[in-house]
Design a protein around this ligand. Structure first.
Ligand SMILES: CC(C)(COP(=O)(O)OP(=O)(O)OC[C@H]1O[C@@H](n2cnc3c(N)ncnc32)[C@H](O)[C@@H]1OP(=O)(O)O)[C@@H](O)C(=O)NCCC(=O)NCCS
Length: 162
């Protein structure tokens, strides 16, 4: 089924709007980021680099993914962000497909470690990352203070093989 999917780069607001309706967990911060991706607004704090991808399956946008580095991020590391798939496509392996495609992009950008932060209460999301061979690194406030939306988040990380 996921052989019909591709990871594409777009800056069209209309490509993202249905995704935000379909992935309510992403919430307002990601919606505001979208305006930045599409050239409408500016972030309060600039990123060193960022890329956003949409998962398109048979002409429908069904997922979003991104990679970014903050000014203090070392060049061998990259963060996964704005990641989700629409509710009706979950538990079909689509997010795993999207994650693997994003990891390929991260390797292409010469990153050797992929990091992601998660709400500490989102047990299903933790399970998704550990199933995909991420390891729990620990609390954001201990390991990467100031790097996440809230210092109460958990950080997961994965070494990217060649
Ligand atoms: C987290 C998310 C991306 C997972 O998407 P998905 O398409 O369901 O993931 P997959 O089908 O590839 O799941 C692969 C495996 O991860 C684990 N998993 C995924 N979601 C899970 C859940 N809610 N509870 C327990 N395990 C889960 C399972 O082991 C699953 O394999 P299985 O279905 O054979 O049991 C999706 O739930 C989502 O978009 N959530 C909202 C946005 C979000 O919270 N993003 C994360 C920001 S850090």
């Amino acid at each position: 089924m996921n052989s019909d999917c591709e990871l594409i780069v777009t800056k069209k607001v209309e490509d993202f709007i249905p995704l935000f309706r379909g992935i309510p967990e992403l919430g307002d911060p990601v919606f505001l980021s979208m305006l930045h991706w599409c050239g409408v607004g500016k972030r309060a704090t600039e990123l060193k680099s960022w890329r956003v991808y949409v998962v398109r399956c048979r002409d429908c946008n069904v997922g979003v993914s991104g990679l970014y580095q903050r000014p203090e991020t070392v060049s061998s590391e990259i963060w996964l962000g704005w990641f989700g798939v629409v509710a009706e496509k979950r538990r079909t392996g689509l997010a795993t497909w999207c994650l693997q495609a994003t990891e390929k992009e991260a390797r292409r950008l010469r990153a050797t470690r992929l990091l992601v932060y998660c709400d500490r209460t989102a047990a299903g999301v933790h399970r998704f990352y550990t199933t995909n061979r991420f390891e729990l690194i620990g609390n954001a406030d201990e390991h990467f203070p100031g790097a996440t939306a809230t210092d109460k988040d958990l950080i997961f990380g994965k070494r990217l093989a060649d």
